[in-house]
Design a protein around this ligand. Structure first.
Ligand code: S3P
Length: 433
């Protein structure tokens, strides 16, 4: 175990960048692997989750390497060109990696076994295998629909029209990717909008895709054009810095080049509603995505009821919102977030236990939690359950806690934000083993 501890600090000051967006990094590698020619990707997140996707794509036939300038080169095999790997693909902790790749291979005539760590192996995969079976793919594995799972790809896939039963960009993207090697038109119907990075990157790489209201139509067997692209900084990673600055007196931070896709900025909207001093500067577009620099200052917050319809646009940010909520006057109510129970951990249960141990007033609901302004006492060791966002959220809470807050396993942060501890400490935080 790699324990990490975080203590109360002075102001966090500086201008920084955070690593590339995790969702876009996975997708950029996948699209490169499906294109003919060489794609060049700058700003790729080099966290374990994304590196795992690169390794898996190599096993499926793509040539992927990083040059001295840290640009990633991907020589793709073309749609339909994936080869059967000699080994099973271990996707580690990554739900996005495994679900997107299961979609991708489901319509190739190959067999691929996917495995993962104990967190990933307890997460639901039936939400993926159900629609992929309709294309003609078959699956063998545990009867409860968890990893390890062997995908027997369809030899003659048939296009489907599928209405998503839950708000999930991973399921939507898996179906869209399966549609790429399927003749005709595949349709995904999405009642609640989720992050649209797949739609945007499909267009960027030249896939014919039509979006009307809630329907996303993908035409199969297109030829993808290799591209150069720059991945924006991850708004989910930036969120830890934003909350850190907001709860630490005297802080003043600028975070450069952050992805501002409206399907990802729910936490920033929520913090603004709570009275956060956050300013967006230099708004622009790059490679089909919106970007801006964020200026954030220490703020006095008040609790609010987070609008339910905002959940999808901040689904990964509720753990760190708890750190802000513990420092906000009154109550912050977070409901309609059942999906949190099937993330890297049951994020509602794990946050509630950890917050209570740190002296934070919190009530658990079936579909969420209510966090109240608290004198955060700390002086405790929190169990992170192989969940990077739980780990970082409690280290942020420790910045404004009477006694140190420790987490049992800081290594899991490597999955999405390997620079987190060094970056925080370079700004004035005290996070140490
Ligand atoms: C992601 C979608 C979300 C999110 C995850 C990344 C993606 O998961 O929580 O961190 O890149 O598509 P769900 O699709 O399960 O909501």
């Amino acid at each position: 175990m790699h324990k990490l501890s975080s203590s109360k600090t002075g102001p966090l000051l500086g201008t920084i960048t955070v690593p590339g967006d995790k969702s876009i990094s996975h997708r950029a590698l996948i699209m490169g692997a499906l294109s003919i020619g060489e794609s060049k990707i700058s700003g790729l997140l080099e966290g374990e989750d994304v590196l795992g996707t690169a390794t898996a794509l190599r096993a499926l036939g793509a040539d992927i390497y990083k040059d001295k300038e840290t640009v990633w080169h991907v020589h793709g095999v073309g749609i339909g060109g994936l080869r059967e790997p000699d080994v099973s693909l271990n996707m580690g902790n990554s739900g996005t990696g495994v679900r997107l790749l299961m979609g991708l291979v489901a319509t190739h005539p190959i067999e691929v076994t996917f495995t993962g760590d104990s967190s990933l192996s307890s997460r639901p995969m039936k939400r993926i295998t159900d629609p992929l079976e309709k294309f003609g793919a078959k699956f063998s594995g545990n009867s409860d629909g968890t990893l390890p799972i062997k995908v027997i790809g369809a030899k003659s896939p048939i296009p489907i029209s599928y209405e998503l039963p839950m708000a999930s960009a991973q399921v939507k993207s898996a179906i869209m990717l399966a549609g790429l090697n399927t003749p005709g038109r595949t349709t995904v119907v999405e009642k609640i909008s989720t992050r649209d990075h797949s739609e945007r990157i499909f267009k960027y790489f030249g896939v014919p895709i039509e979006i009307d209201n809630n329907n996303i139509h993908v035409s199969g067997h297109a030829e993808l054009t290799a591209k150069e692209m720059t991945v924006p900084a991850d708004p989910s990673s930036a969120s830890f810095l934003v909350v850190a600055a907001i709860i630490t007196e005297g802080s003043d931070l600028i975070i450069k080049n952050v992805g501002m896709n409206p399907a990802r900025t729910g936490l920033f909207e929520t913090l603004l509603d709570m009275g956060g001093q956050i300013y967006f500067k230099n708004k622009r577009q790059s490679c089909g995505e919106d970007i801006a620099d964020i200026h954030v200052k220490y703020s006095k917050l008040k609790g609010i009821e987070v609008p339910h319809e905002r959940a999808a646009s901040m689904i990964d940010e509720y753990p760190v919102l708890c750190a802000a909520a513990a420092n906000a006057e009154g109550n912050t109510v977070m409901r309609g977030i059942n999906e949190l129970r099937v993330k890297e951990s049951d994020r509602i249960a794990v946050m509630v236990v950890g917050l209570q141990a740190c002296g934070v007033n919190v009530i658990e609901h079936d579909d969420g939690m209510t966090v109240s302004k608290s004198e955060v006492s700390g002086g405790t060791l929190v169990a992170t359950h192989l969940d990077h966002r739980i780990a970082m959220s409690f280290l942020i809470l420790g910045l404004n806690s009477k006694k140190t807050i420790s987490i049992d396993d800081g290594r899991v942060i490597e999955t999405s934000f390997p620079e987190f501890t060094d970056l925080m400490n370079s700004l004035g935080a005290q996070i140490c083993p």
